[in-house]
Ligand binder design. Structure first.
Ligand SMILES: NC(=O)c1ccc[n+]([C@@H]2O[C@H](COP(=O)([O-])OP(=O)(O)OC[C@H]3O[C@@H](n4cnc5c(N)ncnc54)[C@H](O)[C@@H]3O)[C@@H](O)[C@H]2O)c1
Length: 377
């Protein structure tokens, strides 16, 4: 980690940038309880399959009851594990999400939640902030904000609940990017919030104005949270996929993308699995693009090799973005993170003092039990 005095990366418990060539072991999710919103289809369903196969207990929340129940039935049979569940959850409805988290905690074999994936999302079917067709109306109709409700408000509700439930996960430890890579350490209880952004978090998508607004919001949420979530010991990461063929891309979108090189769902699953499995990773954001051939130039820079690749290029589909956010921070951020860090350390001391107090009290009680003559009448 940088020793730059303007860096707050270490103070915010941020891990070092990701090296995609480093292996990761998805089997470390075994026994963990993972909640996925929008888990009945697309990415959510693919994460479900991958992590359930690796031994995790997966609980999905979705508005599509029939798809949700049927995927749970299939994965229970495939994994011979009945700890996978579907719970009806509409992410736009606060109480529905509260019930999802409460119910999931009860169903979790160890009574806690190790990881939450804020994945549910919809696309804009009738572009809202387009030029109105009829300018003769006295006033325009109220805009339809469903995309913001699902893709931003829903994610904020999920995040708020995750920051409450994850630190309560019994036996979990606060995030520590420097902990060992030992299997035992990696498989211990976790506190992980994985946000699903999009390429639309980083660039505009014409006619998907609200979608782009919501996904930029998710990026903003991630960049803010990675300065502060360490105070509850929660690690927060983000995946921003390029277009992938799932149910979210409707006919017109598919027509515009015809013949284009799309990203692959297995690369999205790999990126999410890397972040899910390596419990040291915190505050990192991965973009998953279509695989591109990249070659190293004589100056040591990576360059797209285009069609002229002569077999020397490397396929790359994973890119890290906003890598250096915390490396060169402004005075306000430095001081705020510094203060929060001091409070975090202080909490540690307060807990240590109260644990010690309780231990001394217990010792005194035990001594009275062992040496009854010490009891005062
Ligand atoms: N497929 C892509 O090209 C792409 C690219 C970048 C980001 N994303 C994002 O990935 C996430 C998953 O999308 P996907 O491609 O798997 O799409 P998908 O349509 O296959 O899956 C989305 C799931 O969310 C559920 N859902 C919708 N509204 C909900 C609500 N109110 N409450 C709970 N669940 C709800 C749907 O029923 C569905 O099961 C979304 O956040 C999406 O924006 C997708």
């Amino acid at each position: 980690m940088s020793s730059n005095i303007y860096s707050v990366a270490a103070k915010a418990r941020q891990s070092r940038p990701i090296d995609p060539s480093e292996p990761f072991d998805v089997s470390s999710v075994k026994g963990k309880t993972i909640l996925i919103t929008g888990g009945a289809s697309g990415f959510g369903a693919a994460f479900f399959r991958e992590w359930a196969a690796a031994g995790a207990n997966v609980i999905i929340g979705d508005v599509d009851d029939s798809k949700g129940e049927s995927i749970v039935r299939a994965i229970r049979i495939a994994t011979d594990n009945h700890n996978h569940h579907f719970i009806h959850c509409d992410v736009t409805d606060w109480q529905s999400q509260v019930n999802f988290f409460k119910e999931a905690t009860k169903l979790s074999p160890h009574g806690g939640i190790d990881a939450v994936v804020a994945n549910a999302g919809i696309a804009e079917v009738n572009p809202t902030f387009n030029t109105p067709k009829n300018l003769d109306m006295e006033e325009p109709p109220k805009p339809n904000m469903k995309v913001i409700d699902v893709n931003l408000m829903g994610v904020l509700y999920t995040t708020h609940l995750a920051l409450f439930y994850l630190p309560r996960n019994p036996g979990s430890q606060p995030v520590d990017p420097n902990k060992s890579t030992d299997r035992a350490d990696q498989s211990s209880r976790d506190r992980h919030l994985l946000l699903i952004g999009s390429l639309a978090s980083l660039c505009p998508i014409p006619l998907q104005t609200l979608y782009g607004t919501a996904k930029h919001g998710v990026l903003g949420l991630f960049r803010s949270l990675r300065c502060t979530a360490f105070t509850s010991g929660v690690r927060v990461n983000l995946v921003c996929p390029y277009f992938v063929e799932t149910a979210i891309i409707r006919g017109p979108g598919r027509a515009v993308l015809a013949g284009a090189n799309l990203a692959k769902i297995e690369d999205v699953v790999n990126a999410a699995s890397r972040l899910m499995s390596d419990t040291r990773i915190n505050g990192r954001s991965l973009v998953v693009g279509p695989p591109l051939k990249i070659v190293e130039t004589e100056e040591g820079e990576w360059q797209y090799s285009g069609q002229e690749d002569n077999g020397t290029g490397t396929d790359v589909s994973l890119w890290e973005v906003h890598v250096d956010d915390l490396e060169n921070t402004d005075v306000f951020i430095r001081r705020m993170v510094g203060l929060m860090n001091a409070a975090y350390e202080m909490n540690g001391w307060i807990k240590w003092t109260s644990d010690l107090g309780r231990a001394l009290l217990l010792t005194a009680t035990d001594a009275t039990r062992i040496f009854p003559w010490r009891r005062r009448n």
